[in-house]
Design a binder for this molecule. Structure first.
Ligand code: PGA
Length: 256
């Protein structure tokens, strides 16, 4: 029995309309029931947060967003603030996803501002860290992860750190069908926990969930989730179909 409750988050990315999302959420909720041995979070696109939130009313499943803007309000066309998310009963927010970093040019300092704003608004950040294939091949994996983590968490207090979720997502495994081996993932997860220990002390670091993302599927989830420092998953492709996602939730519960 781990100290940490496992957490499974579905990152729907730019998939599902408001109606499709509500229906998927209702199917997942019906299969999971009101009690879960693990924390489950669904992260639809902004346009489906309201309908998915309604479908999850009274259920154990939590609602997450895929991004936020650090300013409270203002002339930021196309952006959404923490306060706007809170008004839709959002509890979690994915920040620093590799697609935001790679396709939209987000840098660690900007991601750090978002992390601090999320925490100040009682949103739990799911901070994504991870190396590209070129960085792995150049032997830079741990250095990259350290930078994403240390800059991303700058200013996060000892009280706040245990509400942060870190997602290790090797970029070469995201959406590629190429999953990290349990040993490759465990090495980085243990490294992340080591950095958290240096900054926040062992007792707090032991409470932080470090989840894995990158082509996690029911077929490979069991051995990943059995690793001592892998506390759950951030699921992209396999979160878009109720049965597959529920199988992953069950795999996480079995590994708890
Ligand atoms: P994937 O995506 O499961 O489709 O690889 C994971 C993610 O991007 O969070």
């Amino acid at each position: 029995m781990s100290l940490r409750k496992k957490l499974l988050a579905g990152n729907w990315k730019m998939h599902k309309t408001a109606a499709e999302g509500a229906s998927l959420a209702a199917d997942i909720a019906a299969a999971i029931g009101k009690e879960t041995a693990v924390d489950v979070v669904l992260c639809p696109p902004f346009t489906a947060l309201d309908s998915v939130g309604r479908a999850l009313e009274g259920q154990a499943i939590k609602l997450g967003a895929q991004n936020l803007h650090p300013e409270k309000f203002g002339a930021f066309t196309g952006e959404v603030s923490a306060e706007m998310l809170r008004a839709l009963f959002v509890t979690h927010v994915i920040l620093g996803h590799s697609e935001r970093r790679g396709l939209f040019g987000e840098l660690d300092e900007f991601i750090n501002r978002k992390v601090l704003v999320a925490l100040a608004n009682q949103l739990k950040p799911i901070l994504c860290v991870g190396e590209t294939l070129a960085e792995r091949e150049a032997g830079k994996t741990l250095a990259v992860v350290q930078q994403h983590l240390e800059v991303g968490l700058k200013g996060v207090t000892e009280e706040q750190i245990t509400t942060v979720i870190v997602a290790y997502e090797p970029v070469w495994a995201v959406g590629t069908g190429k999953v990290a081996t349990p040993a490759q993932a465990q090495e980085v997860h243990a490294f992340v926990r080591g950095i958290l220990t240096q900054h926040y002390g062992a007792a707090r670091a032991q409470k932080v969930r470090v989840i894995y993302g990158g082509s996690m599927k029911p077929a490979n989830a069991g051995e990943l989730l059995a690793q001592p420092d892998i506390d759950g998953g951030l699921i992209g492709g396999a979160s878009l179909e109720a049965r597959t996602f529920v199988d992953l939730v069950n795999a996480a519960a079995a590994a708890q």
